[in-house]
Design a protein around this ligand. Structure first.
Ligand SMILES: *Cc1c(COP(=O)(O)O)cnc(C)c1O
Length: 400
C-alpha cells in the first residue's frame, strides 16, 4: 500500500533564485528608487532576452495576456481569426477584447496544435489572421502554417506562452510567424513573477507596442494614440534576470524528469505517452501530458485525476473544458465538430513537472499511478456490482 505524499505535489512550482541574490537586486532598486517606467533592470532584461532569443524585435509587458491584446490591436487585426479551441482561455479572450471573432478549428493528434489542413479549409474572405498555440511547448506545424498564411495573405501569430526556450533547427521559436507572445507567469517554465514578451518580424512594431503599453505617450505633452498600461516593472525584471541565467540548467532538470516519467509510465497499461519532440526541436519540457485510455487503464481520466488527489498529487486537466464550451463563449461562437480536440480534452492529464521536483518523487508518482491501475479493476467491479458506476471514487480502500 503506497502512502500519500505528506505535502501536496502541484502540477507546477515556480522556480526561485536564491533569496540572497534577490535581496542584493532589491538593494539596487532601493538605491535608485526607480520602480517602473522602463527602469535599468527592465532595459537589462530586454538586452539579455535579445541575446537569448537572437532578435532585437522584442518588447516586454506586465503579462502575456495584455501583450497579446496589444499585439492584435497594434497589428490592426479585425474580422475573423482562425484559432484553436485547445488552449488557455486568454488566447480567445485577447481576440474578444479586440472585437475579433474567433473561428475554432480542430487540432492534430500528435502535438495538439492547430491542424493546418483544417485551417486552410476554414479560410473565408473575412479571415484576417491565424492565431496558433505551441501547446505544451511543442512547436506547431510551422512550415505548413507559414505556407498557408503567405498563400492567403493572412497574418500568422503564435501564442508561445508555453514555448520559451524552445528551438527549431537551432533557431529560437521566437523567430516564426509574424509575431509570438510569451508568458512569464510564475507557473510557466520561465517567469518574472508575472510578465510577457512579444517578438516580431517587422521592426516597426517596436515603437507601436511601446506607445500602446504606455498610454500612447510620445513625451510629457504629446499622446499619439489611445494606449493602455501594460508596462513591466523593475521587480519583475529582477526576477527574470536572475532566472534567465539558469535556463539551461532548468531545462536539463526537466528533461531528466520527463525521461524518468517516460521510462516508468511506458510500463503502465492504459497510460499513453505523447509523441516525443521531433529531431529538429530542442524542447523545453514545459509540461508532462499523458493520455488515459479508459478501457486499458480501468478508470477514466477524471477518475484518475480525483484518485491522485487522495495521494496529495495535484495533476491538472489542461485543457479541459475546451474554450468554446465555457459559459461565456457557448452559443456565441460557431465551433463545429472538434473531434480531436474533444478527445484530447477528455483524456489528457498533465502530471507535476518543475525543476525542483525530485526524481524519487517522480518514481513515487509513477508507483501511485501503477498502484491505482492495478486496483482499478477491483474498484470498477465493486462499483458496477453496487450499481453505482459513478460512485467508484467514493469507495475507500477499507471497503475493498
Ligand atoms: C499562461 C497562458 C497565457 C496567459 O499568459 P499570462 O502571462 O498569464 O497573462 C496565454 N496563453 C496560454 C496558452 C497560456 O498558457
Amino acid at each position: 500500500m503506497i502512502r500519500p505524499f505528506d505535502k501536496p505535489i502541484y502540477v507546477a512550482r515556480p522556480a526561485l533564485p536564491s533569496l540572497e541574490e534577490f535581496r542584493c537586486g532589491l538593494e539596487g532598486i532601493w538605491d535608485r528608487a526607480w520602480l517602473t517606467n522602463n527602469g535599468p533592470l527592465v532595459e537589462q532584461f530586454r538586452d539579455n532576452l535579445i541575446t537569448f532569443c537572437g532578435t532585437k524585435n522584442l518588447s516586454l509587458f506586465v503579462n502575456g495576456t495584455l501583450a497579446l491584446q496589444i499585439a492584435l490591436q497594434g497589428m490592426g487585426i479585425t474580422g475573423d481569426v482562425i484559432t484553436t479551441p485547445y488552449t488557455f482561455v486568454a488566447t480567445t479572450h485577447s481576440l474578444f477584447w479586440n472585437k475579433i471573432r474567433p473561428v475554432f478549428v480542430d487540432i492534430e493528434p500528435d502535438y495538439y496544435s492547430l491542424d493546418p489542413a483544417q485551417v486552410e479549409a476554414a479560410i473565408t474572405p473575412w479571415t484576417s489572421a491565424i492565431l496558433a498555440v505551441h501547446v505544451y511547448g511543442q512547436p506547431c506545424y510551422l512550415e505548413n502554417l507559414e505556407r498557408i498564411a503567405r498563400k492567403h495573405g493572412l497574418k500568422l501569430l503564435y501564442d508561445a506562452a508555453h514555448a520559451f526556450g524552445v528551438e527549431v533547427n537551432g533557431t529560437s521559436i521566437a523567430h516564426f510567424g509574424d509575431l509570438s507572445m510569451f508568458s512569464f507567469h510564475a507557473t510557466k517554465i520561465f517567469h518574472s513573477i508575472e510578465g510577457g514578451m512579444l517578438t516580431f518580424r517587422d521592426p516597426e512594431y517596436r515603437r507601436l507596442f511601446d506607445y500602446l503599453k504606455n498610454f500612447g505617450f510620445e513625451n510629457e505633452t504629446e499622446v499619439v494614440m489611445p494606449g493602455t498600461n501594460a508596462k513591466m516593472n523593475e521587480f519583475q525584471a529582477l526576477m527574470g534576470l536572475l532566472l534567465l541565467r539558469r535556463m539551461d540548467e532548468m531545462i536539463e532538470r526537466r528533461r531528466a524528469i520527463n525521461e524518468r516519467y517516460r521510462e516508468r509510465l511506458a510500463l503502465i497499461p492504459g497510460i499513453r505517452l505523447v509523441s516525443p519532440p521531433a529531431e529538429t526541436v530542442r524542447y523545453n519540457y514545459a509540461y508532462m501530458p499523458v493520455e488515459v485510455e479508459q478501457d486499458e487503464f480501468g478508470l477514466t481520466r477524471d477518475q484518475l485525476y480525483l484518485k491522485l488527489r487522495e495521494f496529495n498529487v495535484f495533476a491538472r486537466r489542461y485543457f479541459y473544458p475546451l474554450v468554446p464550451d465555457y459559459a461565456c463563449y457557448r452559443g456565441l461562437v460557431a465551433s463545429g465538430n472538434l473531434p480531436v480536440a474533444r478527445r484530447a480534452a477528455s483524456r489528457v492529464l498533465t502530471l507535476p513537472i518543475y525543476s525542483d521536483l525530485a526524481l524519487d518523487d517522480v518514481d513515487r508518482i509513477c508507483d501511485i499511478i501503477g498502484d491505482i491501475a492495478s486496483r482499478s479493476c477491483k474498484w470498477a467491479l465493486a462499483a458496477s456490482q453496487s450499481g453505482q458506476a459513478d460512485s467508484v471514487l467514493a469507495l475507500t480502500d477499507t471497503q475493498l
